[in-house]
Write a protein that binds this ligand. Structure first.
Ligand code: GLA
Length: 392
């Protein structure tokens, strides 16, 4: 019998909860948390909610902590984002494997890194923020040079989502109004994070009342040796991809070509150390300042299938990514430059973390040969990604 956190529904008010259990403790100053002796083996995932911080006019930001015997995942409503993810290494020692901050303020002040966020309404880039949809030209806000990145000036990463505790996790809801950042249609989005043992699952769904485009992803930065452990250059990556989409310049807009990875530093079909070829003379690597490209995931989009695996030799930790999405952006943290100091007190230098953003193709609304990202009124967008943690 070990003391363990007892799950409570949230985010308050307490009267919606299993009445009685925690009332005395709440009254005497405990907030949303009870300690009760129980056997850990009897437990599923425990979910706790609590206040994380407040936004000037935007309301109250909650933190949700999902705990299993293998994994602990912390999420906040601001950006529906991952703020911590703890797993065990090969010695059974827990460590936080995602980059981020301890408090709300730096998340609000430094938005360019997109730490842990849900990116939307269109993750990744749309050239000039412009495309044709049902015979009309759509113009979105632009925030990356002249292009749209991760949903525009006020993307979903900057919204305080509505969170609700569900079985094994939390479901975040956001209603993006018609014309939000220039995108047509009222879009109602749900992102559900759930944890079972060593598997984190993210389910995305969305509905619109007018034709629009949708591309949702999570933008967590991982460092499997720990968020404060330096660079990810010696971690070993496999990508289940035979092709990628080259970009035309440092603006990182795809040319439209779907190119084979064969014979290039983009071939991760065999497990390869991330740093092994990152410094090679290669135009695409120069454009991206390293890896910041979209790989086409082998197999059938719509079916959950392996997309990526990372192994960190020092800690022995592994991460396997499966997705229903057609593609995955592997980003090697190229724009981190040591100015952001993370929760462990360590500055995030270039390549302190990597992102594996499961997604539709970047700029798909401007490329007829890319899988469509259009969502019509009445249709449902649905997507799932899992992160499975282990040790080897
Ligand atoms: C994505 C982009 C990168 C960069 C990061 C955030 O991964 O592809 O170019 O903008 O987000 O810094």
């Amino acid at each position: 019998m070990l003391p363990e956190r007892r799950a409570l529904a949230g985010p308050g008010p307490w009267d919606r909860r299993e009445e009685g259990i925690c009332l005395d403790r709440v009254r005497s100053g405990w907030v949303g948390l009870c300690w009760e002796p129980m056997a850990i083996d009897d437990l599923g995932t425990q979910v706790k909610s609590e206040l994380f911080g407040t936004l000037g006019v935007g309301g109250v930001v909650y933190r949700y902590t999902l705990t299993s015997t293998e994994t602990q995942l912390e999420l906040i409503s601001y950006g529906a984002r991952v703020v911590a993810l703890k797993t065990k290494d090969h010695n059974g020692v827990w460590g936080d494997v995602t980059l981020g901050y301890r408090e709300l303020k730096p998340y609000v002040d430094n938005t360019n890194a997109y730490f842990g966020v849900i990116a939307g309404r269109y993750a990744n880039r749309i050239a000039k923020g412009r495309f044709e949809l049902e015979g009309e030209t759509v113009q979105t806000t632009v925030n990356d040079g002249g292009n749209m990145l991760h949903g525009g000036v006020e993307g979903f990463d900057k919204r305080n989502w509505e969170g609700e505790v569900v079985a094994d996790g939390v479901e975040f809801t956001l209603v993006s109004p018609d014309g939000d950042q220039g995108f047509p249609g009222t879009l109602t989005v749900k992102v559900r994070y759930s944890l079972k043992g060593n598997v984190v699952r993210i389910d995305y769904s969305a509905k619109t009342d007018k034709a629009t485009v949708v591309n949702l992803t999570n933008h967590a930065y991982f460092n499997l040796d720990g968020e404060a452990s330096g660079t990810i250059l010696d971690e070993v990556l496999t990508l289940e991809a035979d092709a990628y989409t080259p970009v035309s310049s440092a603006e990182a807009i795809p040319t439209g070509e779907i190119a084979t990875v064969e014979g290039t530093p983009f071939d991760f079909r065999q497990a390869t150390v991330i740093g092994a070829r990152i410094g090679e003379t290669n135009e695409q690597l120069t454009f991206g300042r390293g890896y910041d490209h979209n790989w086409v995931v082998r197999g059938k989009a719509g079916e959950l299938r392996p997309a990526a695996k990372v192994f960190a030799p020092k800690s022995g930790r592994t991460l396997t990514v499966e997705t229903t999405e057609p593609a995955i952006q592997f980003y090697s943290g190229n724009f981190l430059d040591g100015t952001l100091v993370g929760k462990g007190g360590v500055a995030y230098v270039q390549r302190s973390g990597f992102c594996l953003e499961t997604q539709a193709f970047p700029d798909a609304p401007n490329h007829a040969n890319f899988p469509t990202t259009e969502l019509k009124a009445g249709q449902e967008y649905s997507s799932a990604t899992t992160w499975t943690f282990g040790v080897e």
